[in-house]
Design a binder for this molecule. Structure first.
Ligand code: 4AD
Ligand code: MG
Length: 432
């Protein structure tokens, strides 16, 4: 048997006999030739099998190969400018590894629910593979960004005893006999403790939100990367956020051009994602929204439409800072210049993709934090450890969280976050 190669390495084997191990993605046949599209997880390639090369019996057998049959194929690699990827294989033989009967996803159009019910198979499609590879690169670029800047990855727990972003959106879990634990909504509070130990840290894991949101931006389980930095303020965290996004987008453009092309993603918008990003205050944002004729009042949080209208006024992500403290979480530090505002920031992605980052400077004063915990009706006992961070050498500190799926949806130009994660969890979806 000729040496086994991966399709992604095929260019290095021009003219050679090779063996591919994969699955039959698609087949077309004319009387004397079969055109097989074979995929192996690293790529797709056309294998041309003629009656002359294969012999009558094998040629007839190939006519029964059905979609997603696993198989090995041998043949000679041939450069061909017309072929996708620049190469095709002149097939000389094949062996079926395992048959596939009546594969439910055919090249015709299927509805989204139909595909979502078969998500475990749908991810084999070229489009879904492209999205998942971009996701991989986004995650890889995020890790590389923090690792190369001296951050320490310090993961935070998924089972937690209490809330961070508000109790109404927690998933309770029975924790042995008589305790209720909650799935984490954010690693931030533990991250703050880690930053007091390690200076610059990040956590990166799944987070859970039980909000009953049915929008194209909400998952109930999503992945968030959260950096936290000791001795940092709001401006520092805005700098860090824009540098992160610039570097993630640049890496995808550099290494995932083929995937973006397959997704028909126009990249001019992405090429413009260079620092510095515009920064506007909440006050200014309200003015702009009123100017655009939206019925907003000072004091409220922004809805999806507000975010879309705002972000469409800029050619790159925009940082909106200093929201009214009343609409933000208890841990936000008030602006000393205007205590009704929080030193927080949201980053809105262009093209209507909405908020991709939320964060800010944390309340580092013991008395005020205790006051906020009481004001928010949070149980003080549960936050004693968090208050300890203000009892023992408190320092200004800041950080943020970036949702991976929203970033992938934006970079890939997808309508909905459900395609950005292998197995999306949504209000009405827990299968497969
Ligand atoms: O703005 P959020 O809720 O901020 C926090 O959780 C802070 N504690 C983070 C921090 O400062 N360390 O969430 C941060 C980001 C959002 O900007 C968004 O990208 C994403 O997480 N996100 C969601 N993504 C998908 N589905 C959801 N339901 C999301 N909720 C938030
Ligand atoms: Mg937010």
């Amino acid at each position: 048997m000729p040496p086994v190669v991966y399709i992604e390495d095929i260019a290095r084997h021009d003219g050679e006999e090779v063996t591919l191990r994969g699955w039959l993605h698609n087949r077309r046949s004319s009387g004397k030739i079969h055109f097989l599209t074979v995929r192996d997880g690293t790529g797709f390639i056309q294998v041309v099998m003629s009656k002359a090369d294969l012999g009558d019996e094998r040629f007839a057998a190939a006519d029964h190969l059905s979609q997603e049959t696993s198989l090995t194929v041998t043949g000679r690699v041939r450069a061909d400018a017309r072929a996708k990827g620049g190469f095709e294989i002149t097939g000389t033989g094949f062996t079926v590894v395992s048959a596939s009967h009546d594969y439910p996803i055919t090249p015709k159009e299927h509805g989204v629910d139909y595909l979502m019910d078969r998500r475990h198979l749908w991810i084999r499609s070229q489009r879904q593979q492209a999205v998942l590879r971009v996701r991989h690169t986004v995650i890889d670029a995020v890790r590389e960004f923090f690792n190369s800047r001296g951050f320490t990855l310090a993961d935070t727990p998924i089972f937690t005893p209490s809330a961070c972003e508000g109790t109404s959106t927690l998933f309770p879990v029975q924790y042995f006999d008589d305790t209720t634990a909650y799935l984490t909504q954010s690693g931030q509070l533990y991250n703050e403790a880690n930053a007091m130990a390690l200076g610059k840290v990040y956590c990166f894991g799944p987070t859970f939100r039980a909000e009953k949101s049915k929008t194209r931006r909400h998952l109930t389980e999503f992945w968030m990367v959260e950096p936290e930095v000791a001795y940092a303020d709001l401006d520092d965290t805005m700098d860090l956020a824009e540098q992160l996004v610039e570097s993630v987008v640049a890496r995808v453009l550099e290494t995932r051009g083929a995937e973006l092309t397959h997704l028909e993603r126009k990249t001019d918008g992405l090429e413009a994602v260079r620092t510095p990003f515009p920064r506007i205050s909440y006050d200014e944002a309200i003015g702009r929204l009123k100017g655009a004729g939206l019925p907003v009042e000072w004091g409220g949080d922004f809805g999806g439409t507000d975010e879309t209208v705002l972000s469409s006024q800029f050619d790159r992500p925009v940082l909106v800072h200093r929201y009214p403290a009343a609409v933000k979480a208890f841990y936000m530090k008030p602006d000393p210049a205007r205590p009704d505002l929080a030193l927080c920031v949201d980053m809105l992605a262009p093209e209507g993709y909405g908020e991709i980052i939320g964060g800010g400077q944390r309340l580092d004063d013991y008395d005020l934090l205790l006051q906020r915990i009481t004001d928010h009706d949070l149980p003080q006992e549960a936050f004693e450890w968090y208050l300890d961070l203000r009892r023992y050498g408190s320092v200004p500190h800041a950080g943020f969280g970036m949702g991976i799926e929203r970033v992938v949806a934006w970079i890939c130009g997808l309508e909905h976050v459900r395609e950005t994660i292998p197995y999306p969890r949504l209000l009405h979806r827990l299968y497969p």
